[in-house]
Structure formats: C-alpha cells, structure tokens
Write a protein that binds this ligand. Structure first.
Ligand code: ATP
Ligand code: FE
Length: 366
C-alpha cells in the first residue's frame, strides 16, 4: 500500500508518499515566498501558485521515491478547512489522479492532520505513538485550538481562539516591531535578549472558565507600548534593547495564557475521568523553544507525556495528511490488505470546504 497525499490549504504546497506502515518514502514542500513582500498570504495568488507548483512537485516526489503514478494505491488531499482556492486546487488535483487511475480518494481534514501528526512523528522516531486519549494544542498562523483526541475521528474541541490565532498574534506583534512577515521566528530570537518582566502586558481570559484563547488585546497593548516611537520615520528610533523587552514580555504573556488555558483543559478532563496520556503540540508556533519548554513543563506537572513533532511536521506539510489517511484506514480495521477492499471511492464527491469543524468529521470504525 502506498498513499500519495497533497496539502495546499494555505501558502505551502506539499506532496508526500507514505507506505502502509506510515514510513515516508518521499516528501516535498514548496513554501510560496511571494507573500512576504505583501505582508500576508494573498489567497488568489496562493491558489494560482499551488496550481503552477503541483505538477512538478508531484513528479519530483514520485521520482524521489523511485515510483510511478501507477504504484500509488490511494490518493489523499486536504479538502478543508483553509483558503478555498488552494484547497480546491490541491484536492481536485488529487481527485483527478485518483479518477484517472481508478484508485480511491480520501478527503482529509487539515486540522485532523495536525492533531494526529505527533503520532506520525513518534512513529518516525521509532517511538510508540502517543496513545488516546490525549490533549492536542494546535497553534498556527490561522488556528488556535485545544482538542481532546479520544481516537481517530473522535475529537472534542475544548477551546479555540475568540479573535486572533496565536501565530497571527506573533506575526502582528512582529510586524509592529519592524520584524517583517511572518515574524514569529524573528520575534522569538529578539525576545531572547529581552526581559520578560519588563512590561506588564494583559493576559486575556486568564483564570476564566473553559479553555478559549484571546490574543487581540495583547496585540493592542503592544501597539500602545510602541506609540512613543511611532513617528513619521516609523520605528527607526526604537532601540534594540527596548524592542527586545517588548518581544520578551509579549512572548511571556502568550506563554502564561497558553499554560493557564491548558490547566483548565486538564482540569476539565480530570473532572470527566478522562485518563489523558499525553500533551501534544502542533502548528508553527510550537517551533518556539521558549513556549515548547513551558508547555513541556505543563505536561510534566500534569504527569503526562509531552510530544512535539520536529518543525517540518509541526507546520503545514503533506506527510501528516497521508498519515491521517492511514490512521483512518487502520481505524476501519483495514491493514495492509488489497485496495479492492476499500470503500472510500465515495470520498471523490467530498467538496472542498473553507470551514470544516473537526467535530463534524465522523468517527471511524469497523
Ligand atoms: P494554518 O494556520 O493554515 O495551519 P499556517 O501556514 O499559518 O497554516 P503554520 O505553518 O503551522 O501555519 O505556522 C506558521 C505560523 O507560526 C506563523 O504565524 C509564524 O509566525 C508562527 N511561528 C513560526 N515559528 C515561530 C516561532 N519560533 N515563534 C513564534 N511563532 C512562530
Ligand atoms: Fe496548518
């Protein structure tokens, strides 16, 4: 069995080929650079770029795996949620290949890919994948969600952001500090030289019930701190040390909020007798070493394992989409048996969706 997966929900075009065990035979990723100069992802440009990149990327990934298209048993693609143009391009491309070759197509939820990715990462590292039920904290440029993962297809969203996503907050704060876009990584580097206690920034929703997130008040507070330096020359007069203090204080506030919200999620699971095994994190913000360390500490205090995939499987990638397809097949009680046994061709008619709440993804099972 070999699955060829495509990811195209934002500005990354990905293609990966996995065997039935989840071993990656080849994977390719193209991050569109044209958006940086425009200060954010322009959906129409992204969709056209996916279309231009995909044929070459798929051909290269097959070549890297030493395979031809006919060697693929199943095609999978993100069919949502995401920027609709890109999702349409990638999923239609995969459906087209499936249809032409008479192979099954599997429609994969992008968020499902992210929350199952730590199981792929553990598998690749030769470890046992984190067992269900576990808590997944997804923090990317477009999403911030705390998800209880009870099994494949069995998800409960415990909280989400009520305004900006975590990555979006990092990017907006970074932009204000003159760090370019997407500035999350640069903000982390700058924060290392600053004092996290320099400024008492707000901690939105801290201590409140539930585990929703809010970051826009934090962003406004950063803007206010920068006002004295906001002249006609922009931020040119802002000393490096002052910028570093703001970055460090911002990062500290985000970390405090994340840990507080997770504490609530752990408490909620304990109150419902849900025996959590692991805290997993995913999404680009999970690349942040400071936050990673704080979240690992949180897991330790709650006596669960901590799992954070390496960066390339934390951010958008196609391997997690292929892995999610395999997980769904396994949950159907289907191991390495012939593809003829599959009844997934009907997913060819699954439409591309800009929004696709994770909980609408039905459970899998024999
Ligand atoms: P989507 O939200 O659709 O999943 P995305 O492309 O926005 O996709 P990712 O690629 O998972 O999301 O993550 C990108 C985000 O992660 C950006 O907002 C980026 O600034 C942020 N990010 C990356 N590295 C760091 C870091 N070291 N510290 C803070 N934020 C970071
Ligand atoms: Fe993503």
């Amino acid at each position: 069995l070999r699955v060829l997966a495509i990811e195209s929900s934002c500005d990354d075009t990905g293609c990966a080929i996995l065997d039935g065990n989840g071993t990656i035979l080849a994977e390719g990723l193209h991050t569109q650079q044209s958006h940086a100069a425009l200060g954010g992802v322009v959906p129409e440009i992204a969709a056209r770029a996916h279309l231009a990149i995909l044929p070459g990327l798929v051909a290269q990934t097959l070549a890297d795996a030493g395979l031809g298209l006919r060697d693929v048993s199943i095609f999978a693609a993100t069919t949502g949620p995401g920027l609709i143009g890109g999702v349409v391009v990638g999923s239609t491309y995969a459906k087209g290949m499936a249809l032409a070759l008479g192979k099954p197509f599997m429609a994969i939820n992008h968020i499902e890919g992210h929350v199952l990715a730590p199981r792929l990462a553990a598998h690749l590292a030769g470890d046992t994948p984190p067992a269900f039920p576990y808590l997944a904290l997804l923090m990317s440029g477009g999403h911030s969600q705390c998800v209880l993962v009870m099994g494949v297809g069995r998800y409960k969203v415990l909280g989400g952001t009520i305004d900006d996503a975590a990555g979006e907050a990092f990017d907006k704060a970074a932009k204000m500090l003159g760090l370019g876009w997407p500035g999350g990584p640069a903000l982390e580097v700058l924060a290392r030289q600053g004092d996290p206690r320099a400024h008492a920034l707000p901690r939105p929703l801290l201590g409140r019930a539930g585990c929703d997130f809010s970051f826009s008040g934090l962003k406004t507070a950063v803007a206010r701190l920068l006002e004295p330096w906001n002249g006609p020359d922009g931020l040119q007069a802002l000393p490096q040390a002052a910028a570093a203090d703001i970055a460090a204080s911002f990062q500290q506030a985000v970390g405090d909020c994340l840990v507080d919200r997770l504490n609530h999620a752990f408490a909620q699971c304990a109150a419902n007798n849900i025996p959590l095994t692991t805290l997993v994190v995913a999404g680009g913000v999970a690349a942040n070493q400071n936050l990673r360390a704080r979240l690992a500490g949180c897991a330790e205090r709650h006596h669960v394992r901590f799992e954070a995939p390496p960066l390339r499987h934390c951010t958008d990638n196609a391997a997690m989409i292929g892995w999610a397809a395999l997980e769904r097949l396994r949950a159907r009680g289907w191991g390495q048996r012939a593809t003829a046994a599959l009844t997934v061709v009907d997913e060819l008619t699954t439409p591309a969706r800009p929004r696709w709440p994770l909980e609408e993804r039905g459970p899998e099972g024999p």
